[in-house]
Design a protein around this ligand. Structure first.
Ligand code: RB5
Length: 147
């Protein structure tokens, strides 16, 4: 699995935590920043990361900002992206099993690093269940195709 990691200034500390988790899990990843303390705009990082997932260069992305909300809204504008804003472990598992989410968004100002690591680990390790859930995702893809 190849993962692309991005954050704005509001997510840099959590982004570093997730980078070290990916290293521990031996998951190949590219960190596209911002790695900065100056104020930046989350779409400038979230949209390019989402496009690289949608284009097939990466399997998944993890996007972090202050709340995770801006990153998830921006990423979900990219066709083929199913970005899930997750701040609990139950949803981390469910969104992989049911939604086949290809992007995880989290907010550094919302949860602590320990919970965020648990969420990311579960999200990275959980497989999509397919079946009726695939039909439902198909309806989203059909809508994207005609939009
Ligand atoms: C930056 O201040 C903040 O707005 C951003 O990190 C994010 O929370 C937006 O949704």
């Amino acid at each position: 699995m190849k993962v692309i990691l991005a954050s704005d200034h509001g997510g840099i500390n959590l982004s570093k935590e997730i980078a070290s988790l990916l290293e521990e899990m031996n998951i190949e990843f590219e960190d596209i920043g911002c790695n900065c303390e100056d104020s930046v705009d989350y779409p400038d990082y979230g949209i390019p990361a989402a496009k690289r997932v949608a284009d097939g260069e990466f399997d998944r992305a993890i996007l972090i900002c202050g709340t995770g909300i801006g990153m998830s809204i921006a990423a979900n504008k990219v066709k083929g992206i199913r970005a899930a804003l997750v701040h609990d472990t139950f949803s981390a598992k469910a969104t992989r099993e049911h939604n086949d989410s290809n992007i995880l968004a989290m907010g550094e100002r919302v949860i602590g690093p320990g919970l965020a690591r648990d969420i990311a680990k579960i999200w990275l390790e959980t497989e999509f269940l397919g079946g009726r859930h695939a039909n439902r995702i198909g309806k989203i893809s059909d809508y994207e195709a005609i939009k």
